[in-house]
Design a protein around this ligand. Structure first.
Ligand SMILES: Cc1ncc(COP(=O)(O)O)c(C=O)c1O
Length: 428
């Protein structure tokens, strides 16, 4: 299928060929899953050394026994590790439990109910309701948090180098209800793109023009998750903002969920000391302190940022063939055929595939009926609505390589079949 002028008989013949291939996949009785970006068992195994690493040594140099209660901010050693990861000062970091998503939810809940430093009015009292800018495609769980807290979401397109800052700047000028924006600056979920210097600089400048209670949710979840080569360089946003007031508008997040154990890591929240003081008041009502034993295990295991980077090279080795498999199946079967485009990320956990407009749901349905579960179409957009019905998120990290390959063979067949059928159904 190359152009509108393709003869109908040719399209019909192609449809028959792809239908036959599709039926063969269906008959194979597959049960494969490319839905969530989870580390595989082999990746989790890389961190098995966490188990037993403390060897009953529970005391910190300052005499704290990590088995006891307390230490709301996390142990100093874990805060220092988070500070290296997020390039801030240790006193600007909270080291918490196993999930940065929990920190994000709590931070926004705190803003909605109590307001933030700079403007103590709760966001919920914003006339017309609070609004967030959401670069799309984006992380479905970010959008779920906004939906849950009654924060309206506005789509902002991604450019390949981060969000379209012309759009962002335009909206910010126009709408005082805008309270914040989501950003995944490195190997973004799900497009895999990293923000270039100009984008980060424009974000820093834009912050000067936002209200004092604006908050940029800077989720550096994939900071060290290169698949090939060294991690993508990222301009230091906090550094650009320091001394100008912008440092109070940036809330940074990271975790070791995709470094050590996905369900048993450490989460980090980094923000100005004023912001932390305000947020800690809420946190102290919620908990007496995080799991310090786990924090100490992580510090012993990872040591510092160089230890993290060395560890991540092991992850890259496991992930690289899976991403190469996705890329080669797409290129071989769909390259230059006018049936879709895709990203070729150098890090992170996802590939974004764009079908012809109006076909994403159909491709996901076809794949599901052939035993390959894909993330629901639209999931990477606020309210689950992809205006083009075109985006599909592929997550090859968890299955074995052989299963990624099988799943991709089904996927490309589904794309081809849906594309040809659409052409055949188009009015002539
Ligand atoms: C962008 C992004 N942020 C956060 C998370 C979840 O992080 P955590 O496990 O620390 O809650 C994910 C997980 O997929 C993610 O993709």
């Amino acid at each position: 299928m190359n152009s509108d002028s393709q003869p109908r008989e040719e399209l019909t013949a192609q449809e028959a060929k792809f239908s036959e291939a599709y039926a063969a996949h269906q008959a194979a009785g597959l049960n494969l899953d490319l839905t969530r970006g989870k580390p595989s068992i082999a990746q989790l195994d890389l961190a098995s050394g966490l188990d037993g690493i403390l060897d009953r040594n529970f005391e910190l140099p300052d005499g704290t026994d990590v088995r006891g209660y307390g230490g709301l901010e996390g142990i100093p050693e874990a805060r220092a590790l988070g500070a290296e990861l997020l390039r801030v000062r240790p006193q600007e970091v909270l080291a918490g439990g196993n999930s940065s998503l929990t920190f994000m939810y709590l931070y926004l809940m705190h803003a909605v109910f109590y307001g933030v430093t700079g403007d103590r009015r709760p966001w919920s009292e914003t006339s017309g309701g609070p609004v967030f800018l959401c670069p799309v495609p984006g992380y479905d769980r970010h959008f779920a948090i906004c939906e849950d807290l009654g924060i309206e979401m506005l789509n902002v397109p991604m450019t390949g180098n981060g969000p379209d800052m012309d759009v962002v700047e335009g909206i910010i000028e126009d709408d005082p209800r805008i309270k914040g924006m989501w950003c995944v600056p490195r190997y973004s979920n799900p497009s895999g793109e990293s923000y270039d210097d100009t984008t980060v600089e424009r974000i820093a400048t834009m912050l000067d023009r936002t209200a004092p209670d604006f908050r940029l949710m800077w989720d550096d979840a994939y900071a060290v998750h290169a698949i090939a080569g060294a991690p993508a360089p990222l301009k230091d946003l906090m550094q650009l903002c320091r001394g100008k007031g912008g440092e109070h508008k940036v809330i940074q997040f990271a975790s070791t969920s995709k470094i050590t154990f996905a369900g048993g890591g450490i989460a980090f929240l980094a923000a100005s000391e004023e912001n932390l003081a305000s947020f800690k008041r809420r946190l102290s009502v919620l908990t007496i302190g995080p799991d310090k034993v786990n924090q100490l295990r992580h510090v012993k295991f990872l040591n510092n940022i160089d230890g993290i980077k060395a560890h991540m090279r092991g992850h890259a080795k496991i992930l690289r063939p899976k991403f190469e498999c996705v890329e080669s199946r797409l290129r071989e079967n769909l390259g230059n055929r006018g049936m879709g485009t895709w990203t070729t990320p150098e890090g992170g956990y996802f590939v974004s595939f764009y079908t012809l407009p109006g076909l994403a749901k159909e491709v996901v349905r076809l794949a599901g009926d052939a035993g390959v579960k894909l993330t629901p179409a639209g999931a990477a957009f606020p309210y689950g609505e992809d205006p083009e019905d075109s985006h599909i998120r592929l997550a090859p990290s968890y299955p074995e390589l052989e299963d990624v390959d099988k799943a991709m063979q089904v996927f490309v067949t589904c794309v081809a079949l849906a594309s040809v059928r659409q052409r055949l159904e188009a009015p002539t």
